[in-house]
Design a protein around this ligand. Structure first.
Ligand SMILES: Cc1ncc(COP(=O)(O)O)c(C=O)c1O
Length: 478
């Protein structure tokens, strides 16, 4: 694989004028001293690969910067950053300053350790391209029509097989609904539930809670402990909520999996009260040390609406997910689309995902990523144990993030100040808005996503993180 080996940490938003944005980003990096005189820039090929731009775009950008005096290309040797103290900032005056400002904020994130993001450099570009190419070559003309509001039959069929095999889900293709990601599916499900409160894990993902709240739902917080959601609290609620949304395989973000007894207790509650369970299986494929934990839905498909996504296995940018719902409920989901003819996701992308699943490429990609993420997790845990032992690591059995619990004398703000000053983007339990007001005292800690940095930058990012943790007082001694 071509990679630059040098993490330039440039963010080039999609859209027109990417060459001039790249130029502005490079000028900015040189001006601010992030690229020091003499630094050898990546080859045009490697940088094109890293940034997902065409090689021509990089060649143009390098040529322009060379003409302006920022860099010099030496034949058979490479392209190097000049000493720019004498260089006039011509680009700022020609109207690109505004573009420069736009990219400045993402540019300030030098190490993106925010939770929940999969490896940015590992999207299966080749297999996806092959799948799209195959779809374009072979799909019948009728595929260019609006599509089925449940999703394309081919994809629902492949998903049903995949979910049965990998997650033990009882999935009938007739009751699988394709969504634009879990969040989209959740909004639709919420709009169909009878009026009443929805129980949610008291510590969870803020954006999912706000989807429910924006839909006019009142939320009932359920405490979370080392065994997942405390289901006693659900059965005790008066009046009973109409549904509970939770993350049984890998509690987000604290990391526990829902204990067997609690699974049964929750299902019994749902049967007794005619309640529904919304299972957010956002990263069920990534479990590292033990057997994968099957979906809750497998225990009672009539009570559980199961939701999954490609946001962790592939990329959030795809906006592709699915629901496997009880029969009567599945049919109603289609009524939530603005037009009965309009599915939420492009038919072509649905067919491409079906092809990826059918060919085994999806499985191969997930297996490869599981191995990669496990290595990253092991490295991070090892480093924290050795160099920041005053924090306690939780939630490492699965997923793309872990939680560092803090000792009493170190605050989240101490850690955030130390990480922020080093350009590390990270999340904290309290200040990150993960808690819903509840009687449970909110845990304090830092949520570290270890999947996102490109492979070649990962170790450097962890080195800087460890430096920040030590600086915040989590080292072996204060
Ligand atoms: C807990 C949790 N659920 C679900 C999702 C996936 O949402 P979507 O498929 O809409 O990207 C995420 C992604 O960040 C998540 O962290």
């Amino acid at each position: 694989m071509v990679q630059s080996g040098l993490d330039l940490l440039l963010a080039i938003p999609p859209g027109r004028g990417r060459s001039s944005r790249l130029q502005a980003a490079l000028r900015d990096a040189i001006r601010r001293g992030r690229l020091t005189p003499g630094t050898r820039l990546p080859s045009t090929r490697a940088l094109a690969f890293d940034l997902g731009l065409s090689r021509g775009t990089i060649v143009d950008a390098y040529a322009q910067l060379a003409a302006e005096g920022w860099i010099t290309t030496i034949a058979a040797s490479g392209t190097f950053v000049n000493d720019v103290t004498a260089v006039q900032d011509v680009a700022i005056s020609d109207g690109t300053a505004r573009l420069g400002d736009e990219i400045r904020t993402p540019g300030e994130i030098r190490h993106d350790l925010r939770p929940g993001r999969p490896a940015q450099g590992s999207f299966p570009r080749g297999p996806w391209l092959a799948a799209v190419r195959k779809v374009l070559a072979r799909a019948p003309d009728v595929s260019w029509n609006y599509g089925h509001p449940f999703g394309e039959a081919e994809l629902r069929y492949e998903l049903a097989i995949y979910l049965r095999r990998v997650r033990g889900v009882h999935a009938d293709p007739a009751h699988v609904v394709v969504t634009a990601g879990f969040a989209d599916g959740l909004g639709r499900v919420s709009s169909l539930l009878p009026s009443g409160r929805i129980a949610v894990e008291a510590t969870g993902m803020p954006t999912l809670r706000s989807i429910l709240q924006r839909g006019g739902r009142r939320l009932a917080p359920v405490p979370v402990d080392h065994d997942g959601a405390v289901t006693d609290a659900v059965t005790d609620m008066e009046p009973a909520p109409v549904a509970m949304m939770l993350t049984p395989a890998h509690q987000y973000p604290l990391g526990a999996s829902l204990g067997a007894e609690r699974r049964h207790q929750l299902l019994a509650w749902a049967r007794q009260t005619d309640g529904l369970i919304i299972e957010d299986d956002y990263d069920g494929e990534f479990r590292y040390d033990r057997q994968p934990i099957g979906a809750l839905q497998a225990l009672d498909p009539d009570r559980v609406i199961y939701g999954g996504t490609t946001s962790k296995t592939m990329a959030p940018a795809l906006r592709l997910g699915w629901l496997a719902a009880p029969a009567a409920f599945a049919e109603r989901i289609a009524t939530t689309y603005p037009s009965p003819q309009a599915p939420a996701v492009s038919v072509i992308e649905q067919l491409a995902l079906a092809e990826l699943l059918r060919s085994g490429s999806y499985d191969r990609h997930v297996r490869r990523m599981r191995l990669e993420y496990r290595r990253r997790r092991d490295h991070l845990v090892e480093r924290v144990h050795a160099d920041a032992p005053r924090s306690t690591v939780h939630g490492i059995a699965a997923g793309l993030q872990l939680v560092l619990e803090l000792p009493a004398d170190v605050t989240e703000d101490d850690v955030l100040a130390a990480t922020r000053s080093r350009g590390i983007a990270i999340s904290a339990l309290q200040s990150g808005g993960h808690h819903l007001e509840s009687r449970q005292p909110p845990p304090r800690g830092i949520v570290v996503g270890y999947a996102n940095p490109p492979a070649h930058a990962f170790h450097a990012s962890i080195d800087i993180l460890i430096e920040a943790l030590r600086d915040a007082g989590l080292g072996p001694s204060r």
